[in-house]
Design a protein around this ligand. Structure first.
Ligand SMILES: [Zn+2]
Length: 207
């Protein structure tokens, strides 16, 4: 996984922006890359770490799961992790944190101790939202004022072993799962979300 850093202020709080945890959601990867290109020359009060593709093997094939067949967003060691069927789109792996991608992200977060995390996904039709976990409600509301998406505490179905459950509820980090409307163009997603991402990242222009 490649990570990129915006801002170099010593001791600044860290904001983490992730995308591509599901390889069949290229809208999120596209948005993270646009944000990186736009944001890299801007001033920020934080240290912003961007990982545009959390699941490179899945992204290469445009598949939700990794090349081991695991849904990374069900593989985190949460209190509600549960086993699942192999070859399912939601296969959580043989055990919690069994996958190298999961452990890489866990190490990054333990080392960097981000105060905020935005993890970008996409979803069909009218389910787009700023979905928060843990103490992420205010961050979700701040983003909602800029992208116009609803704020939701739940996506409407159970997601055991999800990244949000682990980072938000487990570690107490303000975490927002930004669910883009998968039917919107990359250009539209960027226009709608630029200021939301800038504000989450402490950049001018998004305040
Ligand atoms: Zn997703």
């Amino acid at each position: 996984m490649k990570k990129h850093v915006i801002g170099d202020r010593d001791g600044a709080s860290v904001v983490l922006v992730l995308a591509g945890m599901h390889g069949d959601e290229p809208k999120g990867v596209d948005l993270a890359r646009r944000f990186l290109d736009w944001g890299k020359s801007r001033a920020t009060r934080y240290r912003v770490i961007v990982v545009p593709v959390v699941n490179p093997t899945g992204y290469a094939r445009r598949r939700r799961v990794t090349d081991s067949g695991v849904d990374l967003n069900r593989n985190f060691p949460t209190d509600n992790w549960c086993t699942g069927r192999k070859r399912s789109r939601y296969y959580p792996g043989p055990s919690p944190a069994s996958e190298p991608e999961t452990r890489w992200l866990m190490r990054l977060i333990r080392r960097e101790q981000p105060k905020r995390i935005v993890t970008i996904h996409s979803i069909s039709r009218d389910q787009f939202c700023n979905n928060y976990d843990g103490p992420g409600k205010r961050l979700a509301e701040m983003m909602a004022r800029r992208n116009g998406y609803p704020v939701r505490a739940s996506i409407g179905y159970p997601t055991p072993g999800s990244f949000g459950r682990w980072a938000g509820d487990g570690l107490g980090i303000a975490t927002v799962t930004l669910e883009l409307p998968s039917h919107h163009s990359g250009k539209r997603c960027w226009a709608d979300n630029r200021d939301a991402l800038a504000a989450a990242s402490g950049m001018r222009g998004g305040q």
